[in-house]
Design a protein around this ligand. Structure first.
Ligand SMILES: Nc1ncnc2c1ncn2[C@@H]1O[C@H](COP(=O)(O)OP(=O)(O)OP(=O)(O)O)[C@@H](O)[C@H]1O
Ligand SMILES: [Mg+2]
Length: 265
């Protein structure tokens, strides 16, 4: 049988202090099929990415990268398999004390396999890809939020991963910033990378992904295409797609929307 290509999580459970964060979640991110994991704040989305990267250990269930289970691998094998994945963390998570260039080349310096000049060539190439070559000697504090996110993408790309995991890449960005991130994700997809995004930003999700997984209260409640999601009758998905006054955590004194503005006059 041909080796499976993709990231598979199977019946994954994760708990902290007896509180179940994820319950039997199964998702297959097929190589070449770009996917978004949607869900409300606190649903467990970032936790899924951390489990995929091996940053957290599941209580039960299995994680397979290109058909290889992470369980039982030696440290050296784990490093080799994990190199296929890279993450752009929620907020970018750049090292403030390092320049942009040092941030982008960080993983390559750590690996210690390439010469300094080779690393510099790769850093410049990745910064060129995100359109920020000129910032190589800047510190993160000298960049805007959107620029930081793009540098975080360049850093993820430095080790040539097959799968790039994005945690809320557009949160807090203005429309131009969002457009730039979507454009970069499309470019990566054209280059044969597979993107997996976690977000509540529905517009970006629809712009860059073909498949969707929906997490609600620790469980996977939907897996399918955009069109399938749009016609879903599941209350949690309807609420997510079309929030109403009843979605508010406090009862509104006046109706929201057009009526609200009229009531204020
Ligand atoms: N280390 C931890 N210790 C205790 N609780 C945790 C820990 N990590 C996550 N949680 C809890 O697990 C749940 C899921 O967290 P997670 O960060 O995965 O949510 P999320 O879907 O990414 O949310 P957001 O959209 O706000 O980023 C939350 O209720 C959170 O409080
Ligand atoms: Mg999160």
């Amino acid at each position: 049988m041909a080796q499976e290509r993709g990231i598979r999580i199977s019946n994954l459970c994760y708990s902290v202090d007896n509180r179940q964060i994820l319950a039997e979640v199964s998702i297959f991110v097929e190589k070449g099929v770009n996917r978004t994991i949607l869900g409300a704040s606190g649903a467990g989305k970032t936790t899924i990415l951390k489990l995929m990267l091996g940053l957290l250990q599941p209580c039960s269930g299995e994680i397979l990268i290109d058909g290889v289970s992470l369980a039982g691998l030696s440290e050296a094998e784990l490093i080799r398999v994990r190199r296929k994945l890279a993450i752009v963390f929620q907020g970018g998570a750049l090292f403030d004390s390092m320049t942009v260039g040092e941030n982008v080349g960080y993983r390559l310096f750590q690996d210690g396999e390439l010469s300094e000049s080779e690393i510099e060539r790769i850093v410049l190439e990745k910064l060129g890809f995100i359109g920020l070559e000129d910032t190589i000697d800047y510190y993160p504090s000298q960049l805007s939020g959107g620029m930081k996110k793009r540098v975080a993408i360049a850093r993820a790309l430095a080790s040539e991963p097959d799968y790039i995991l994005f945690d809320e890449p557009t949160t807090g960005l203005d429309p131009v910033g969002v457009y730039n991130i979507c454009h970069l994700m499309h470019q990566l997809q054209k280059e044969g990378k597979t993107t997996l995004m976690v977000t509540h930003d529905l517009a970006t999700a629809f712009a860059v992904s073909e498949e969707f997984s929906f997490i609600h209260k620790a469980r996977l409640i939907f897996d399918g295409t955009r069109d399938e999601m749009l016609i879903s009758r599941l209350p949690a998905i309807r609420e997510f797609l079309e929030p109403t006054d009843s979605s508010l955590f406090v009862a509104p004194k006046t109706p929201i929307g057009k009526d609200f503005h009229e009531a204020k006059r």
